[in-house]
Design a protein around this ligand. Structure first.
Ligand code: NAP
Length: 317
């Protein structure tokens, strides 16, 4: 364990990700003191019981005051309001970051509220599960996973918050201390990549589970009883937090719609191949996709166990 990177860290939102960040930061000795905030008394009480933070605050401002690192860990739709609320108490020189699953909308919503002299370095840990709440967090959630930082490149953002290299590097060290590999990416590129690798798969899962549930000829019990096939994996993804995912789709609309357009075209050609009995086309695609699965396992991003890694290291997003 090396010297702490930040004296006081404020974590705003104490669900799966906020709780995991608190535990990972503790494990790595990355901060001296953690202040946490969640709006509901129930979550705050649970955070106290789990001893996630040194101080559990009843307002976001109380947690952010005097913090050197402020991390927004609430659903993306709440970030603008949170930034507005804490703006007045932020310490000059503090770094504000986030864990939101979309980046352009976060830059749009948060940046304008932050005062001069505060550094804004948006981020996104590519790690998660379908669970939510403070009890779902665990210290090694980020081990071996990627964390993408999307500093506002080169020029200042609209509100003039250019993050210095030093702040980006300090945050990168923080995430490495949490066990992650760190990549710096353009925020627009991030949103496109995540639209296809995470957001669209979640949309498909929500849709297929919804369709199955609506089918009058398939009873609920049959859906559950015969779910050992691919459907079961979709139900796991479709159990993800509704608020978080509502906010993801509302805030990455353009990229998701673009990817959805491509997906729909490809689905139509699969439909055509099935209709015309084009087994060659089907086999060619399925062989290509199998190789991609192999590549993910080889890259250590999932396990090749019969339960598809579900019980080994449950990761999504
Ligand atoms: P979660 O388990 O549902 O937790 C959300 C937390 O945010 C709760 O503590 C909730 O408090 C709090 N919250 C809600 N509204 C708030 C507000 N206005 N101000 C402050 N806190 C508020 O969600 P999560 O999975 O940790 O997701 C949090 C963020 O991480 C999201 O932005 C998401 O995009 C991102 N992310 C998620 C994953 C994933 O797989 N889940 C992965 C990477 C990134 P209460 O309990 O008091 O309501």
């Amino acid at each position: 364990m090396s010297a702490p990177l930040f004296r006081r860290m404020a974590i705003l939102g104490l669900g799966l990700i906020g709780s995991s960040v608190a535990q990972a930061a503790r494990r790595g000795g990355l901060v001296e003191e953690i202040a946490g905030f969640a709006p509901s008394p129930r979550t705050r009480a649970r955070a106290q019981e789990l001893a996630l933070c040194d101080e559990v605050c009843t307002t976001a401002s109380a947690a952010a005051a005097d913090a050197d690192l402020v991390m927004l860990c609430a659903p993306v739709g709440a970030f603008g309001g949170l930034a507005q609320e804490i703006a007045g108490v932020l310490k000059p020189g503090a770094t504000v970051t986030d864990v939101g699953s979309v980046k352009m909308a976060v830059i749009r919503d948060v940046g304008p509220h932050l005062p001069d002299g505060v550094h804004f370095v948006p981020g996104h840990p590519i790690a998660g599960t379908e669970q939510s709440g403070p009890d779902a967090g665990f210290a090694d959630l980020f081990d071996g996973r990627w964390c993408i930082l999307t500093p506002i490149g080169g020029a200042d953002d609209d509100a003039g918050h250019m993050a210095d290299r030093a702040e980006v590097e300090a945050l990168a060290r923080f995430w490495r201390g949490c066990g992650s590999n760190v990549e710096v990416m353009d925020p627009h590129h991030h949103d496109l990549v995540l639209a296809i690798t995470s957001h669209l798969p979640h949309l498909i899962a929500y849709n297929i589970v919804g369709t199955a549930a609506d089918l009058e000829t398939v009873t609920q019990s049959d859906v559950i009883k015969y779910s050992a096939g691919g459907f079961r994996d979709f139900t796991r993804i479709a159990a993800s937090d509704p608020t978080m995912w509502r906010d993801v789709f509302l805030n990455n609309r353009d990229a998701v719609l673009e990817m959805l357009g491509r997906f729909t075209e490809d689905l139509s050609s699969l439909q055509r191949a099935i209709r015309w009995g084009d087994g060659e086309a089907l086999h060619a695609l399925f062989s290509r996709t199998r190789k991609i699965r192999r590549g993910i396992i080889d890259a250590g991003q999932d396990a090749a166990v019969p339960d598809f890694g579900r019980h080994a290291t449950p990761k999504s997003d």
